[in-house]
Design a protein. Structure first.
Ligand SMILES: Cc1ncc(C[n+]2csc(CCOP(=O)(O)OP(=O)(O)O)c2C)c(N)n1
Ligand SMILES: [Mg+2]
Lengths: 330, 326
């Protein structure tokens, strides 16, 4: 990562932050419905890992906190916002919603709402990559609490037995909704749980994008070189409630204060200011520009887009006119 | 046209598709080196190797999900779940991932995966190895469900299921793998939708699927020879989506319907077919439709009790006679 990269990443993370904050407002305005899980606080995890990987080339899959991961893979933020607004121009045609952002063209293989669901899907994509001989890797981002699902253990085991090119990234934000990790999970350090599968694993500070990048570089290189799966745990924190319906009352104010003092965007900003790469005013201008882009491009597009047609309710259920349904040849 | 066994028909379909397309793989417990519990993949491991004929750990949800993920990127996995009772553990991936991904991605992603699994009551296997789960699978939008009643269907349905871009669940039966039947020597693809007239008749329609087609055919013989009743037998090889038109056509002709299912009645194939009859041709009926189903109990171990819990051809004959007031 050179200086230009860092400056770009600062803007990307700031954009992600403002995007998510604007989602919050749109939800309050009832433009967005359903469950909405926001990412502020955790940005360095996604951006640091994907910076070490190849966005748009490597296959990425995640849970329901998925807007930012899609954007980093290359999805147009307008299409993400339009999806949240339930519009036909949304990346999932308004059929998916916040928890089901998809952009296959950019190899963003989806957000899934069942905790732990993507673990085996990621291993399966890795199996396909291996069979087809590509140099992509499969990257699965999930939370700490997901590791208490059977699919975590089943998938790590299979990934190791079949030596699959899959990177599991655990964004350990210390909570599964309102349950703090030590109340639900025998071991707080998630990377230690992987030892039973003989898979290399590491833990890094998820608030410092440079540290995330360095750890991810090792992880990505390992997986891409054919050495099999890898598990990377990033220690992080989400600023908001789990979703919009969460009061966030279960967390101590001290704890929240401690983590907001380690904001990934502020940390990077201050480093860049200290190094003389940008000034405070540059940052302010960057912020203004980001806010304008979100308002004028992203929100405007989502607002102005058409609703899907109710007459197309059963479109996309099955393949169109698949000849084998009738037993015919192609 | 050769007479082959049900398991050989399945094996042949796998083999042909794996020869044609290097992205067709099969996976499941004991299917590789051991050749498969019911021999459906016998010899394939030696022919295609461990990368394509995969002995999985006992992780039903995990390996089913893995197959689905591979299917996202163009692989065509045929997943054998050793017994349908174990498929309960894979419901999450089958329903939440495979069946919904095309829809919730707005058509971008599809999971062309085949899951095959034998269900049914075999010989005294007890409550946890005797489930009939087709009713559960057929109720989920986005999933195709087919169930072969003979080797020809077993072959042709699997061929089409592998090539179809949608996820397909194939419901087989533990007692049917050694059943013999004719399968054309040349390659063919069986439709994944529709139904088949197994026996033409005028007086009453007996709807069956999988093993209950055979009970219906046996009952039809008895009805014809001993009671002068000419029964039509419809084979519902496709359970999702059910063949509304086929059901309507036959009932509009015979004006009477009996649905035979090995499963318990609640929320089952019988209730669904009855609903379709109501919706499509209620005023054609000369008598209320009847279900011949299993008792609504977990299947007991004791031989006599087990037999009493599930229907048989005699029960079908009785139900028809009662319908005719005989
Ligand atoms: C199978 C399943 N069980 C429960 C839920 C409800 N739920 C949604 S998110 C969540 C907590 C997950 O926490 P974690 O994996 O740490 O991810 P985070 O939200 O912290 O990013 C729960 C219990 C669900 N969506 N799926
Ligand atoms: Mg968490």
């Amino acid at each position: 990562m050179d200086t230009a990269d860092k400056k770009r990443l600062l803007r990307e993370m700031l954009f992600a932050r403002r995007f998510e904050e604007r989602c919050y407002e749109a939800y309050v305005e009832r433009k967005i419905g359903g469950f909405l899980h926001l990412y502020p606080g955790q940005e360095a995890c996604c951006f640091g890992v994907m910076e070490a990987a190849r966005p748009g080339h490597d296959y990425v899959i995640t849970g329901y906190r998925d807007h930012v991961h899609a954007i980093k893979c290359g999805t147009d933020p307008k299409a993400v916002m339009a999806e949240l607004f339930g519009k036909e121009t949304g990346c999932s045609k308004g059929r998916g919603g916040s928890m089901h952002i998809f952009d296959v063209e950019h190899h963003f293989m989806g957000g899934y709402a069942l905790v732990g669901g993507p673990f085996p899907l990621a291993a399966g994509m890795a199996k396909a990559i291996k069979m087809k001989g590509g140099d992509e890797i499969s990257i699965c981002f999930l939370g700490d609490a997901a590791n208490n699902q059977g699919t975590f253990h089943e998938s790590l085991n299979m990934a190791k037995v079949w030596n699959l090119p899959v990177l599991y990234v655990c964004e350990n934000n210390l909570y599964g909704i309102g349950t703090r990790i030590d109340r639900s999970t025998a071991v707080i350090d998630q990377y230690k749980r992987v030892a039973g599968y003989d898979i290399p694993a590491a833990q890094a500070d998820g608030q410092d994008i440079e540290k995330v990048y360095d750890a991810a570089k090792i992880a990505v290189d390992h997986v891409r070189s054919g050495k099999g799966p890898y598990f990377l745990e990033l220690m992080t924190y989400r600023y908001r409630g789990h979703s919009m319906s969460d009061s966030n009352a279960y967390r101590a104010k001290d704890e929240e204060r401690m983590w907001s003092g380690r904001d990934p965007i502020i940390l990077l900003r201050d480093k860049l200011i200290e190094a003389g790469v940008i000034t405070k005013d540059d940052y302010k201008a960057m912020d203004t520009e980001v806010l304008e882009q979100i308002e004028n491009d992203v929100i405007a597009f989502a607002e102005d887009s058409p609703e899907p047609k109710v007459s197309e309710l059963d479109k996309y259920m099955f393949a169109d006119n698949d000849p084998y349904v009738r037993g015919g040849q192609r | 046209m050769a007479e082959i066994m049900f398991w050989e028909a399945i094996r042949r379909a796998h083999d042909e598709e794996m020869t044609r397309d290097p992205l067709v793989i099969c996976m499941g417990e004991d299917i590789g080196v051991a050749g498969g519990t019911y021999k459906a993949t016998q010899g394939l491991y030696d022919k295609y190797g461990a990368e394509r004929v995969i002995d999985t750990p006992i992780s039903e949800n995990g390996y089913t999900g893995l197959g689905i993920g591979a299917a996202f990127l163009g692989v065509r996995p045929v997943i054998e779940i050793m017994s349908v009772n174990f498929a309960w553990l894979a419901m999450d991936q089958i329903f939440n991932s495979a069946a919904k991904v095309r829809y919730m991605s707005g058509g971008q992603l599809t999971a062309p995966v085949v899951v095959r699994s034998p269900g049914g009551t075999a010989h005294q296997l007890g409550a946890q190895h005797s489930a009939r789960m087709e009713k559960v699978f057929m109720g989920v939008a986005g999933l195709r469900v087919v169930t072969p009643s003979n080797p020809r269907q077993a072959y042709g349905l699997l061929k089409s299921a592998i090539r179809c871009d949608d996820p397909v669940f194939i419901n087989e039966h533990e007692l049917m793998y050694n059943m013999k039947g004719e399968v054309p020597d040349e390659e063919f693809f069986h439709p994944l939708e529709g139904s088949e007239v197994s026996r033409e008749g005028r007086d009453v329609t007996l709807f069956g699927y999988n093993i209950s087609v055979h009970w219906a055919l046996q009952a039809a013989e008895v009805l014809a020879k001993q009671h002068g009743i000419d029964a039509e037998v419809i084979d519902l090889y496709c359970l999702a989506p059910l063949d509304r038109e086929g059901i309507r056509k036959s009932v509009s002709k015979t004006h009477r319907a009996v649905i035979i299912e090995e499963a318990e009645a609640p929320v089952g194939v019988g209730s669904e077919v009855m609903a379709i009859i109501n919706e499509e041709c209620f005023f054609e009926l000369d008598a209320p439709p009847v279900r011949v189903s299993a008792e609504n109990v977990p299947i007991p171990y004791n031989h006599g009790m087990e037999k009493a819990a599930i229907p048989n051809p005699q029960d079908v004959v009785k139900a028809v006679l009662k319908m005719f007031g005989k």
